[in-house]
Each structure stands twice: as structure tokens, then as C-alpha cells.
Design a protein around this ligand. Structure first.
Ligand code: ADP
Ligand code: MG
Length: 682
């Protein structure tokens, strides 16, 4: 018997080339292979007679070959093979293109099972390139439910199927983690059966059951892990904050807090006074003013004699928080520093000294905060901004720098409520569901390439009125993919041919940190009219004078991501606009993008995204800061997710430390999942 962690190269037929192709899909071990789930199935179980074949309804039929296949060479690169087959009901002409060698296998007078789809007119039906296998051969491509796998260049579905079935034949699938009683309660297949059935289902119904089991399993592991973390934290004690007067802070603000901001701040104050570490998520749409809520929490930490750290996912964002918060805090006598990776070694050293000595009370930074050389003197509050960019493990790494500090995470990713509990199962949630007064919704339009001239004219008009524009592109450099506007080339085109008289700037993720900051700062000062950028500007960036955003090839982005991007405009007084361009005329794409034109409500957009793509895709996006779920490639229903969540919480409370084989297997799977999460975070 082979082991789950054995490399795929031990399989017959998997040499260096195949191994490399599999590695492209992050498949290295037999376990990876066994956990590479189909994205769809083709039901090839239906067996009909020839007279019952219908156009557009692929089916299997049993037929005898009525002659020797004849191949004609039409021209270079085109061979056509024709043969007639029959059963007791009718005859059917088959045509194959460039399949000379396969069709030579068809023997006159022998019976085969074919799978295909008829087409034709009043003269009669015929069939093009059906797949087939001999009646006495084991069914592989006919008479069964065929799994369709996510693939990569050079790797066929058949090769994938073969590798996976071989792996399952020589190796036991992952061990059972769900006790029999739980499986019964939720109508769930045993592990062994599910792992086999997902790759080789006897029917579509069995495939569904296997899918349900594996989705349940993966979310069960994830939720159980979160529950374990939560119960560990609930047992720790911290000194409650006694000083909870926010008046000086509130009086120093240039505006009145919104009701939603005040409520979130009250919830936070109550947490801080409790004596156990806070674990709170502040979720609010872009522009809802989460930074001020974070600032209030930081203020409370500092007046209670603790340091606060605010971690942002990008240097641009950290810099921006530093600018606004240091301005707010210095009149209050509080010392703020910025720590990012692109500072000079000397700057970093001095900053770290100020943090370690306790001289500085508020530290704002990027991942640089996580480095071993950053130590705090008395870190009491850890805030992460745009939480969806960080994983659970990073959040934990920063909090280890203090003694059970309070945790506050802020996210603008409008996770549908139905999923929020799952994603943030270990957090309390405050929702900011109100925008500061005077915000007008951003008008959004979807256009095709025929509108290009009008889009350009609109950019010109906005600039003439003294506003600035963002142009967002899906990629940095041309990568050979047709028609995708790469930021670099597009910026050049705009500057050289479309707007030679305007000031065009370029910003993308491959630029150095200091370069990015310089470009961003210059744009914020109004030194460029149009900023061509990739999604680096997605989070947090605040340039109130920008009133127009053009998003090129918008179909390349997820709906929630588009909503995030759009949040970069509409932050000032001027009426703002967002134009989505797309070549993709497919109905699905158009529906998806039009959802964005209809509403500015991030939660509604997320619900729509969820409805259109299913939670599989929702969780699958690398954005989420979640572990990469393997079931992400399966579409799954919310009901299963909710059941898994409920079951895991109950199970951890009652059996979390049991010695049964299931409990032991579960604990090792939890460790593995969170370990994998750490490796995949950006
Ligand atoms: P986000 O929730 O997206 O992080 P920000 O905290 O960046 O939003 O706030 C967006 C803008 O709104 C900032 O310019 C901020 O100064 C401003 N702002 C925040 N709260 C209020 C308020 N209560 N009244 C008016 N403007 C506010
Ligand atoms: Mg923000």
C-alpha cells in the first residue's frame, strides 16, 4: 500500500513531464491527487436505441459496425473517416475528423458502445466524432458518470482520471474524521466511500452525495479549527480598561461620527472593559469610515497605557493611515510611527527602537510589523485593516507580539451575512451600515468597445472640470492573452496617442514600494490627471478629487472586487462615475456586470455574486484570506455549510479532546489546513 504523502511520480505513467503538469495544479502527493475534485460530471449512463437518439442530447447506444471505416485525405491536416453502424432499430452514419488511428480500431461486425450527439436534417441523422469503447472492455468513457477535472495545458481529462483512479487503487483515502453518529444525523457518506464516489460515481445522485460529504468535511475541519482558537482565547484574562472616556478624541475630529460608527465604537469599548481579549470584526462598506472606528479603539488603548498596532496590507495604505492618524493624534499628545519594508535599514532600526522602548504609542505598518526584529514594550491592541487580505495565521502572528492583546479586524469585503459566520467564526461582528452624510452613489455604466471614443471624451471632460481619473487594467504587462489591456502598454497608448496633452501616471504591483508611494502621493497632490493602475489601488486608497474610474476588461474581475475598486471614487464632493468596459457579450457576464450598475450596496452585490457563482467560487477567490479550500472547485449549497458549522461547534465543545481515531484524525487535519493557509497567503 502506498501512503498519502508519497509523490505522484510513484504512479505508473507519471514521469517528469506529467509530474510537472500536475505541479501546475498544486498536485504533488497522492493526497493532492485524491483531493483534486471534479468540477463537473457528464452523465453517460443513459443507454438508448439509435431510433431514440435526439439532437443536443448526448447519450450512449450499443451498435454494430456495418463496414470497414473509410478514411479520405481531404487536404493537409484534414482526414475524414466515415463508417456506418446499426442496431435493431436503425442505422446511423458516423463521421470522424483526424481520428484515423482511433477509428482503425472499429472492426466490421463487432459491437461497441458509443457516446455522442446526433445532428442532421430531413434526410436523416448522423453523428460526428462520438467516443466509443468495445462492448467487452471495462467502461471508462461510456456507460458511466464521467468526472470532468480542472486541467492544465498538456494534461487531458483522461490522463487525470487515470492517475487519480490509480492513486485510489494503491492508497487509502484520508481517514474518517466524522463520528458515525454525526454522519447519520446529517445523512453523510463515510469518508472512504465518498473519496471513491467523487471520482467514480455510480450515478449523478451518488456524485452529489459524495460532494456533500466532502464539502461538509472541509468546512467542518475549518470551523472546528476556528472554534478551538476561540475557546483557547476565551479562557485567557487581561486587565480590563478603566479609562473609557472618548471625549477628547471625539472633540478633535473634523466631523461628527455617524450613528453606525458610534455603535461600533460602543461595542468595542464594552469589549475592552471586559477582562477577556476582544475578538471583533468591523465590517463596513467602502467609505463607511472604518478608520475612525479603529482610531477610537487605538485611542482607548493608549490612554489605558498600552501600545496599539495597525497593520495594513499595502504600503500605500499604511502610508495613508499614517498621514491621517498622526495628524489626528499628535495634538492629543500621542506619538505615532510608520514601519514598512521599503524604509531604509537605519529608519527601520530607529523606528523599531521607538516601538521597543515604548516611546511610541501607535504603530502603523505593513507585514514588516510581523518580522522577528519588531518587538513591542506593551502591545495591547492589534488592528488589521482590510482583513480579507490577511489570513488567520498572520493575525495570530501579530498578536503573539503582545500578551493576549485585543484584536480588531476591519474589512470592506462585503461578505454576505450567510457566509460571514463561517469565515469569521471566531469573531464577534460589528456592522457599519451607514455612510457619512452627503455621499452620492457612484453612477455606473457598462460599455462595449464601440463606445471607446465616448469614454475617452468623458475622461477629457472630467479632467477639464478639474477632476482626476483612475483607469484600472487587469494585468501589468501584455502576456500574449488577446485583448487584455495591460496597465503598462495601455498607459503608454493613452499618453502617446489618446491624451498627449494630459498627465498620465502608472501604478502597479511590480513597482518598488517607494516608487509606488511616490506615484500615489503625486496623484493625491493632483500632479497627474489620469492614473493607470492595476488592482493595487483596490484597497483603501483615498483621493477625494478622483471622480471617474474606468475599469478595462471588467469581466476579468469578481463583482465584489469591482465594487471595492469603484469605492476609490465618490469620496469627494463631486458627482462620481464608474465605467466598466468589456468585450464579453455572453449573457452571464452581462448580467453579472449589470448587477453592479444597479446598486452601490456592497452587501447586495455580494449576495448577487454569491447567487451567480455559488459559495465555492466565493471561497475560492484567493482574496478571502482563507485557507484555499479544495472543495472550492465544487459548487456547493449554503445549507451544507451551515450544517457543518453547527455540527463542528457542538462537536468541539463535547469531543474536542477525545481519543477516538476520528478525533485524532480531525486534529491532524486542522493542523494541516491552517498550515497550508499560512503557505498560501500573499
Ligand atoms: P473605509 O471604511 O473605506 O476605510 P475611511 O475610513 O477611509 O473608509 O473613510 C472614508 C472617508 O470618509 C475619509 O475621507 C474619512 O475622513 C471620511 N469620514 C469618516 N467618517 C466620517 C464622518 N462621520 N463624517 C464625514 N466624513 C467621514
Ligand atoms: Mg479603509
Amino acid at each position: 500500500m502506498a501512503k498519502l504523502w508519497d509523490p505522484v511520480s510513484i504512479l505508473k505513467g507519471v514521469g517528469p513531464t506529467k509530474a510537472k503538469q500536475l505541479a501546475q495544479l498544486n498536485i504533488f502527493t497522492l493526497q493532492d491527487l485524491i483531493c483534486h475534485f471534479p468540477r463537473a460530471y457528464e452523465d453517460r449512463t443513459r443507454l438508448v436505441t439509435i431510433d431514440k437518439l435526439e439532437p443536443d442530447k448526448p447519450a450512449c447506444f450499443r451498435a454494430m459496425v456495418m463496414g470497414t471505416p473509410r478514411t479520405s485525405h481531404i487536404r493537409k491536416g484534414l482526414d475524414i473517416t466515415k463508417v456506418q453502424v446499426a442496431d435493431h432499430t436503425a442505422r446511423l452514419n458516423l463521421t470522424f475528423f483526424n481520428q484515423k488511428f482511433t477509428t482503425e480500431q472499429l472492426q466490421y461486425g463487432k459491437e461497441y458502445i458509443f457516446y455522442g450527439c446526433v445532428s442532421g436534417d430531413f434526410i436523416g441523422y448522423q453523428m460526428t466524432s462520438p467516443v466509443f469503447e468495445a462492448l467487452d472492455a471495462p467502461p471508462v468513457v461510456t456507460r458511466q458518470v464521467l468526472p470532468i477535472y480542472p486541467l492544465t495545458a498538456g494534461l487531458s481529462n483522461a490522463a487525470m482520471l487515470k492517475a487519480i483512479r490509480q492513486a485510489l487503487a494503491i492508497c487509502d483515502p484520508p481517514a474518517e474524521i466524522l463520528p458515525a453518529q454525526l454522519r447519520q444525523q446529517y445523512g453523510i457518506l463515510p469518508a472512504e466511500r465518498a473519496y471513491h464516489a467523487i471520482h467514480q460515481p455510480a450515478s449523478m445522485e451518488e456524485a452529489e452525495l459524495a460532494k456533500k460529504r466532502l464539502i461538509f468535511e472541509e468546512f467542518f475541519i475549518f470551523c472546528a479549527g476556528l472554534s478551538l482558537m476561540r475557546s483557547a482565547r476565551a479562557q485567557t484574562r487581561t486587565a480590563p480598561y478603566r479609562e473609557l472616556d472618548l471625549t477628547p478624541f471625539i472633540n478633535s475630529l473634523p466631523f461628527a461620527l455617524t450613528g453606525a460608527q458610534r455603535r461600533a465604537i460602543e461595542e468595542i469599548s464594552a469589549d475592552l472593559a471586559k477582562g477577556t481579549p476582544m475578538n471583533r470584526l468591523v465590517q463596513g462598506d467602502v467609505g463607511s469610515g472604518k478608520t475612525m472606528v479603529a482610531a477610537a479603539a487605538a485611542y482607548l488603548a493608549t490612554v489605558n497605557g498600552r501600545q496599539a498596532a495597525l497593520m495594513a496590507p499595502t504600503e500605500i495604505l499604511a502610508e495613508q493611515h499614517y498621514q491621517s492618524l498622526s495628524k489626528l493624534f499628535s495634538p492629543l499628545g500621542l506619538h505615532t510611527v510608520l514601519l514598512t519594508g521599503s524604509m531604509t535599514p537605519k529608519q527601520k532600526r530607529l523606528t523599531r527602537e521607538a516601538i521597543a522602548s515604548g516611546e511610541t504609542q501607535l504603530v502603523i505598518g505593513t507585514h514588516a510589523l510581523l518580522s522577528d526584529t519588531t518587538t513591542f514594550s506593551h502591545l495591547g491592541l492589534v488592528i488589521t485593516d482590510e482583513q480579507h487580505r490577511f489570513g488567520v495565521a498572520q493575525r495570530a502572528a501579530l498578536s503573539e507580539k503582545g500578551e493576549d492583546p485585543h484584536l480588531l479586524v476591519m474589512s470592506a469585503t462585503p461578505i454576505p451575512r450567510t457566509l460571514a459566520l463561517l469565515m469569521y467564526g471566531d469573531l464577534e461582528v460589528s456592522i457599519i451600515d451607514e455612510l457619512p452624510p452627503g455621499r452620492e452613489p457612484v453612477d455606473t455604466f457598462l460599455v462595449g468597445e464601440t463606445m471607446r471614443a465616448r469614454v475617452n471624451a468623458f475622461i477629457r471632460k472630467q479632467v477639464a472640470e478639474g477632476h482626476q481619473c483612475f483607469v484600472v487594467c487587469p494585468a501589468v504587462e501584455e502576456n500574449g492573452e488577446l485583448d487584455i489591456k495591460a496597465a503598462e502598454t495601455w498607459a503608454q497608448t493613452l499618453q502617446q496617442t489618446v491624451f498627449p496633452d494630459l498627465r498620465i501616471a502608472l501604478l502597479h504591483g511590480q513597482m518598488k514600494g517607494s516608487e509606488k508611494e511616490a506615484v500615489m502621493a503625486a496623484f493625491a497632490r493632483g500632479e497627474a490627471d489620469v492614473l493607470v493602475a492595476t488592482t493595487v489601488i483596490e484597497v483603501g486608497v483615498d483621493v477625494p478629487n478622483a471622480a471617474l474610474m474606468v475599469i478595462e476588461d471588467a469581466d476579468r474581475f469578481g463583482l465584489s472586487q469591482l465594487h471595492q475598486l469603484r469605492g476609490r471614487v465618490g469620496r469627494g464632493k463631486a458627482k462620481s462615475y464608474c465605467i466598466l468596459t468589456s468585450h464579453n457579450r455572453s449573457e452571464q457576464t452581462q448580467t453579472r456586470l449589470k448587477a453592479l450598475c444597479k446598486t452601490n450596496d456592497g452587501f447586495r452585490i455580494a449576495e448577487e455574486d454569491l447567487a451567480l457563482r455559488g459559495p465555492g467560487d466565493f471561497f475560492g477567490s484567493r482574496q478571502s484570506g482563507l485557507p484555499v479550500f479544495r472543495v472550492a472547485s465544487l459548487s456547493c449549497d449554503l445549507q451544507t455549510l451551515k450544517q457543518a458549522q453547527a455540527a463542528s461547534v457542538h462537536w468541539i465543545d463535547n469531543h474536542g479532546t477525545d481519543d477516538t481515531p476520528e478525533a485524532t484524525a480531525l486534529r491532524s487535519r486542522i493542523a494541516e489546513l491552517f498550515h497550508r493557509a499560512e503557505g498560501t497567503m500573499n
